[in-house]
Design a protein around this ligand. Structure first.
Ligand SMILES: Nc1ncnc2c1ncn2[C@@H]1O[C@H](COP(=O)(O)OP(=O)(O)O)[C@@H](O)[C@H]1O
Ligand SMILES: [Mg+2]
Length: 357
């Protein structure tokens, strides 16, 4: 049995050190996790690869000095570019024949996918709770609103001879309709969604969305760029709902670009990021990826965790339901939505959709 091959093939990072905390083994998963090669790591002190006060360094030192195992449910590993990865750590001593500690091993498990899934679930729960409240509210508001609308229409008829007063009833009607639209959108979030899933050509769908925005973009000095994969397979989706998704995303991109720029629509086949091979035993699925990238203001760090919350908006006239609805629709498609953003540089929203079989 070739044990080194077994260790190399483990999905968890395995790092072994001798009694002087010098690295003697660094498997492939450790290379991926730390973004540092075994060639660079082996022979160096573990303190040279991680900050001296890093959990993994401390735990290995403790294990060497006590001969006991140590574990930490949640620690952080810093990558060369400063990004931090959440990991769990377990260390264990290796004993020499004489019973003295000869080496120590640390096993690090990357928790970022699990954290991502957890955030996803929490988001879903918030939306479900907001949705239930919305249904209750909407029913209470819709009836009186209907009565108001009817009365205003009657009033308008009575005032037909007085154009100045008619202006007021017009305002009333417009605003009542606006409130109605808000309620409709809210209910959209709350209702169980009846999707009509059919094989769709995503490019045709995107083109219809582009058509809706072309003129507005031109007026604002925004160029719409297509980067379509010509061999993209058909997706399985609900045409109206997905059109709504990309309409919302393009609108957000336009809103973010006060000074013009480019909006790039990209499609390709990729692997679903949320159901990686290490989690839940689901196995990696091929999906279609559709990206809406803008060169706009970007999303400030502080807002990033909240953009999917219903009613979270930074716009004067925003409703804050766009991304919540997109999230809901993609969830119903058993897809996913991800947002990456750099302040001042722009935002990339990626939608993952199932391929029609
Ligand atoms: N492409 C984008 N660029 C910058 N900020 C964005 C982008 N998309 C969404 N946001 C931020 O997320 C918030 C919520 O978006 P959304 O749910 O669509 O609601 P709304 O557009 O009504 O504000 C926006 O107010 C904005 O702050
Ligand atoms: Mg929006």
């Amino acid at each position: 049995m070739n044990y080194e091959a077994v260790l190399a093939g483990l999905p968890d990072a395995v790092i072994a050190v001798d009694t002087s905390l010098r690295i003697v083994f660094w498997n492939a998963a450790a290379e991926v996790l730390t973004e540092r090669s075994a060639r660079r790591a082996e022979g160096r002190f573990v303190k040279e690869m991680f900050p001296p006060d890093a959990s993994v360094v401390r735990r290995l030192a403790e294990t060497l000095s006590t001969g006991e195992s140590r574990s930490e449910a949640e620690a952080l590993v810093e990558r060369p570019d400063g990004r931090q990865v959440p990991v769990s750590i377990v260390t264990a001593p290796l004993f020499a024949r004489a019973g003295t500690v000869e080496a120590a091993v640390a096993v690090l498990r990357d928790l970022s996918r699990i954290r991502q899934l957890e955030a996803e679930v929490r988001r879903g729960e918030t939306l479900a709770a907001a949705g239930r409240m919305a249904v209750g509210l909407a029913h209470e508001i819709r009836n009186p609103l209907g009565a108001i609308r009817g009365a205003v229409q009657l009033l308008a008829r009575e005032l037909s001879g007085q154009p100045r007063l008619r202006e007021y009833t017009d305002v009333l009607l417009t605003e009542v309709d606006r409130v109605n639209r808000i309620i409709e959108e809210l209910l959209d979030l709350a209702r169980p969604m009846q999707l009509r899933l059919v094989p769709l050509n995503l490019h045709q769908l995107l083109e219809r969305v582009v058509l809706l925005h072309e003129e507005g973009c031109r007026a604002r000095g925004i160029t719409l760029v297509r980067s379509y994969d010509p061999s993209l397979p058909p997706i399985l989706g609900d045409e109206d709902r997905l059109q709504q998704v990309f309409h919302n995303l393009v609108r957000n991109a336009v809103d973010a670009m006060a000074d013009g720029g480019r909006i790039t629509l990209t499609t390709r086949v990729s692997l679903n990021p949320l159901f990686g091979k290490m989690d839940l035993g689901v196995g990696q699925r091929s999906m279609v990826e559709a990206k809406v990238a803008d060169e706009g203001a970007g999303i400030p760090e502080a807002a990033r965790g909240r953009i999917f919350d219903p009613f979270f908006t930074t716009k004067d006239k925003g409703l804050g339901l766009g991304l919540a609805i997109c999230h809901r629709i993609l969830e119903e498609h058993r897809g996913a939505i991800q947002v990456e953003s750099t302040e001042g540089r722009g935002t990339v929203v990626t939608c993952f959709l199932p391929i029609a079989k």
